[in-house]
Design a protein around this ligand. Structure first.
Ligand code: NAX
Length: 328
């Protein structure tokens, strides 16, 4: 039987972790023929709850689950890891300034990047979910000089899926008929969900883009502030949908994106579309042979340019802030 793939999940005892681990263990991340060995990484206070989750995972008797180990330090948590889902992060609490938030997360993602550099498998792939996801990915990558930077990604797939769903509802079609939309920039309220290259049932989505009032006043803010709307309604932040997006991201990264379509992911910029090289920004991407590639040659009109630039400006500010804090 094939060698199990080592999957490390940080923040394993949190709510996204709870929604994510069962999907990984059931085979939805890597496919029905690939056994997985889970490595749960928590802070010491989270270990007991992670043990409870591990008991439930055992109780599912998943045929593909080859083992579960629980760690409270990144060195052990990332030893031999092939896929790392970096979910645990320091949330923004009341009265916390952005600098404090970036610094607290630098204290998490710097050491995790160093542990990945020191001990992860040669083929390691990292998805950062914990916020601020783009800049946390940048911090982790900068502490892993021996790992190619294209192995560090940040999750904007939930934003992408939210946008697909909103567009499908507006067009009155099943979500499967909406293709080629893009999330640009930062996973934050400045993100830009772009419908100008989108297709509905194989044709340009002009019915949507021509409705500039809907685009500007409804679609873009609905997608960009969906996380807050979920908190308002549910009394807790997105968890199952975030876990689902993480599964989508890694599955596509490993197995490829469907022909004729693309998706969105936060990846290290090569300078495409005027996004400064080295920033972790969301782009339209396809996955081929296990690597993300930015979709090239898309025309970017003034409406889109302005919004991409605004989100990228925020990424530059976050990068400059973590640089001046000595975190990268
Ligand atoms: P929870 O607070 O439920 O769980 C976080 C878990 O991480 C806790 O169990 C905590 O003990 C653990 N943790 C904290 N520091 C750690 C460290 N250094 N090492 C290992 N574990 C650590 O949060 P949850 O709702 O699961 O959300 C997790 C993160 O995802 C948050 O940062 C959140 O903002 C972010 N999100 C990102 C999304 C995205 O689209 N990129 C969407 C969903 C979500 O908001």
């Amino acid at each position: 039987s094939p060698t199990p793939v080592n999957v490390t999940v940080t923040g394993a005892a949190g709510q996204i972790g709870y929604a994510l681990l069962f999907r990984i263990a059931s085979g939805q991340l890597l496919g029905p023929d690939v056994p997985v060995r889970l490595r749960l990484l928590e802070i010491p206070q989270g270990v007991k709850a992670a043990e409870g989750t591990a008991m439930e995972l055992e109780d599912c008797a998943f045929p593909l689950l080859a083992g579960i180990d629980i760690f409270d330090n990144p060195t052990d948590g990332f030893a031999g890891t092939n896929i790392g889902l970096l979910v645990g992060a320091r949330p923004r609490t009341k009265g916390m300034e952005r600098g404090d938030l970036l610094e607290a997360n630098g204290g998490i993602f710097g050491p995790q990047g160093a542990a990945i550099n020191a001990g992860a498998a040669d083929d390691v792939r990292i998805l950062v979910v914990g916020n601020p996801a783009n800049t946390n990915a940048l911090i982790a990558a900068s502490h892993a000089p021996d790992v190619p930077s294209d192995r560090f990604t940040a999750m904007t797939r939930l934003d992408h899926n939210r946008a697909l769903s909103q567009a499908a509802t507006k067009a009155g079609v099943p979500v499967s008929q909406v293709r080629r939309l893009t999330i640009w920039g930062n996973h934050s309220a400045t993100q830009y969900p772009d419908l100008f290259h989108a297709e509905i049932d194989g044709a340009p989505a002009t019915a949507l883009t021509d409705d500039s009032t809907w685009l500007t006043d409804d679609f873009i803010p609905t997608v960009a502030t969906r996380g807050a709307a979920i908190i308002e309604a549910r009394g807790a932040s997105s968890a199952a949908s975030a876990a689902n997006a993480a599964v989508d991201h890694v599955r596509d990264w490993v197995h490829g994106t469907p022909k004729g379509d693309w998706t969105s992911a936060g990846i290290v910029s090569d300078g495409s579309y005027g996004v400064p090289e080295g920033l972790v920004s969301s782009f339209p991407v396809v996955s081929r042979d296990g690597r993300w590639e930015i979709v090239q040659g898309l025309e970017v009109g003034d409406f889109s340019r302005e919004r991409i630039d605004a989100s990228v400006k925020e990424l530059v500010e976050e990068r400059d802030a973590v640089r001046s804090l000595g975190l990268i």
